[in-house]
Design a protein around this ligand. Structure first.
Ligand code: CDP
Length: 219
């Protein structure tokens, strides 16, 4: 099969999802937002009132939930939760859920199934290292912590009671947990192209990615 995978990894607020989504539209690939699946399970855990250290119950609920993508929206048990999963409460808990190896295994299976017969752009933390180690091209997006926190704060403003400092600390804490966990931690794959998005707008980043794709033989 000749279907292609483009992997976009990096820390919180690096611009992965905006860039990956737009890139997928330009090149007519399917977009897979892997973080949204971890977020959907986290939302379920919050709604069911499960403690984040009650791993068996979390796994039970994850295995008994349905996650679907329809027109770039994510549905949890049949309900469109695309907005709710971006909530600050989810931000605060998601990395604790994403550390659980069984949860990661389940989400890897879903991603590989979606990509089986399609060209995909996938964004996340472990796409180039674990989920699709043979991806056609891998990008690792990053930016300064200040800039990443600013972006996230502007996204959440009016929707959160958190201050800029709190949003920045949440990002730092998530980066720490994501890059220090045992199961597929956040790290740049050896063959990934590093893109520093500090001070760059979306179109500038997309232009850079398209340049590298064309240098790689195009799609
Ligand atoms: O948009 P942002 O970068 O803030 O987060 P996200 O991509 O929606 O991911 C939310 C969280 O899910 C991350 O902080 C990780 O803890 C986890 N995640 C992961 O472990 N592996 C992935 N492939 C994607 C997300």
């Amino acid at each position: 099969m000749n279907n292609k995978v483009i992997a976009v990894d990096g820390p919180a607020g690096a611009g992965k999802s905006t860039v990956a989504k737009k890139l997928s539209e330009i090149i007519n690939f399917t977009y897979i937002d892997s973080g949204s699946m971890f977020r959907a399970i986290t939302l379920k855990v919050i709604k069911e009132g499960i403690e984040i250290d009650d791993i068996d119950r979390i796994i039970y609920y994850a295995n008994n939930s349905s996650i679907d993508f329809i027109n770039n929206n994510i549905y949890l048990d049949g309900v469109n939760v695309s907005n709710e999963i971006r909530d600050s409460l989810v931000n605060a808990k998601v990395s604790h859920i994403a550390k659980i190896p069984k949860i990661r295994e389940a989400i890897v299976i879903i991603q590989r199934r979606i990509a089986r017969n399609k060209n995909v752009v996938v964004d996340g933390r472990d796409i180039g290292t674990t989920v699709f180690p043979h991806a056609f091209i891998k990008f690792y997006l990053t930016a300064s912590v200040e800039e990443r926190a600013k972006r996230r704060y502007n996204e959440l403003v009016n929707k959160t009671q958190y201050s800029f400092e709190e949003v920045k600390n949440q990002i730092l804490s998530r980066d720490y947990i994501d890059s220090h966990r045992e199961a597929s931690p956040l790290k740049q794959a050896e063959d990934a192209i590093l893109i520093d998005t500090t001070g760059k707008n979306i179109d500038e980043v997309i232009t850079e990615l398209l340049y590298h794709i064309s240098m790689n033989g195009g799609i």
